[in-house]
Design a protein around this ligand. Structure first.
Ligand SMILES: Nc1ncnc2c1ncn2[C@@H]1O[C@H](COP(=O)(O)OP(=O)(O)OP(=O)(O)O)[C@@H](O)[C@H]1O
Ligand SMILES: [Mg+2]
Length: 379
């Protein structure tokens, strides 16, 4: 085996010991470096490590002038670069306490002087092999951690892109609904209006039977018109774009009260800052989901939509006096049992740096969504 690439540092205050040990190891092909004190060993290590990779230290314990072997080892082990470097103590000191201190200081082995040459060489070989293996393992671990960090960064980026996409999709969906609502208003509803007027004027010049039929037709048309108008508003309330978030939420509360018999109140804070349209759309969509949930799941007879905010944040909360629910219900999505509603709200809000909070009250639940007033999505 070629040992010329294996570097051993011998530290001993007796030049004669260094000479004997050096000869023994050099004869086996190892590269030998020497230091005659603990202090010299520390500096020698610094200088040597710039040129070679040190593989093992043979360290005398008793060195009366300056640092002893145990203290030298302790200092070496405090440095990251030498933490895994094997140190074999060589000493004539045989007492139990010194051996324990030597291992506590980070020593890998302890050999008593005078030593058997074969035993010492076997231990040197064993620790060189172990050291090399642990060095290789550490490099492999470093490389694996680096790859994991890269993969993690990629994953976070992909996640971010996905959430932005989800936001885009929800805004595209809202714009599409708005377009459809406009088309509903402009074409079929206008035609129905016109047809209703035509029928009304035809009814004035007919006999009593055809009058009755025309009246039924006219009534059906009135109902169809009303339903179309409701659908148009459900799809995209024009009031959101004309009057802003507060006006849209107020309209929504009144409309749902009439439609479902749940008494919904709308309250607004006087300190509300201006809210840009995209954010108003996101907040309206989110509040709409909370109200749908209130109607679908809570069994409440009363509810309240509150819009508050200041220069720091804007929040919408929906309160009910129903059965309440634990935030754990949100885990339903991952277990495959729950819906998408609250999960979707959370995702959309996170793009605006916002969050959703569920509180269970003595009776009912309060769900709050909060978004920083100054947050921009950077789109
Ligand atoms: N106000 C509420 N009162 C009682 N339970 C509620 C309330 N809001 C939500 N929940 C519970 O939380 C669960 C999750 O709501 P989420 O909106 O995520 O899904 P969903 O309403 O069941 O389905 P989807 O919204 O997809 O139509 C609901 O299934 C329900 O059990
Ligand atoms: Mg829902």
């Amino acid at each position: 085996m070629d040992r010329s690439s294996e570097n051993i540092l011998i530290v001993d205050d007796e030049p004669e010991n260094i000479r004997l040990l050096g000869q023994l190891l050099a004869a086996r092909g190892y590269q030998i470096h020497v230091a005659e004190s603990g202090e010299q060993a520390l500096t020698a290590f610094e200088t040597l490590s710039r040129e070679v990779r040190l593989d093992l230290i043979l360290l005398d314990v008793l060195m009366p002038n300056g640092l002893d072997g145990i203290e030298t080892c302790r200092r070496l082990k405090q440095q990251d670069s030498t933490r895994t470097l094997p140190v074999i103590f060589l000493t004539a000191k045989e007492d139990h306490a010194t051996i324990v201190r030597a291992f506590e200081a980070g020593g890998a082995d302890y050999v008593l002087k005078p030593f058997e040459t074969d035993v010492l060489l076997a231990r040197v070989r064993a620790h060189l092999t172990l050291g090399r293996l642990s060095h290789d393992l550490e490099s492999a671990l470093d490389e694996r951690s680096r790859q994991l960090r890269v993969a993690n960064r990629e994953l976070r980026r992909a996640n971010d892109r996905l959430r932005r996409l989800a936001m885009e999709v929800s805004l595209i969906e809202e714009r599409e609904k708005r377009r459809l609502a406009g088309e509903l208003h402009d074409s079929p509803m206008q035609k129905l209006n016109l047809a209703q007027m035509q029928i009304a004027s035809a009814a004035r010049c007919r006999d009593s039977e055809s009058d009755r039929l025309l009246e039924v037709g006219q009534e059906l048309m009135r109902e169809a018109l009303q339903e179309l108008r409701t659908l148009q508003f459900e799809l995209s309330p024009p009031v959101l774009y004309q009057g802003g978030l507060g006006a849209a939420l107020g309209w929504f509360a009144r409309y749902k009260t009439k439609r479902f018999g749940v008494e919904l109140h709308y309250v607004e804070s006087p300190t509300l800052p201006a809210i840009e349209t995209d954010l108003a759309v996101v907040l309206f969509q989110s509040a709409r989901e909370l109200v749908y949930n209130l109607i679908k799941h809570s069994g409440a007879s009363r509810g309240r939509i509150e819009l508050g905010g200041d220069l720091e944040s804007i929040c919408v909360s929906v309160d009910d006096d129903g059965r309440g629910f634990a935030p754990v219900a949100l885990d339903g999505l991952t277990s495959g049992e729950g819906g998408y509603g609250l999960f979707g709200v959370r995702e959309r809000l996170s793009l605006w740096g916002g969050e959703l909070d569920i509180e269970t009250k003595a009776q009912g639940a309060r769900v709050t969504i909060r978004v920083p007033s100054t947050m921009r999505t950077g789109r």
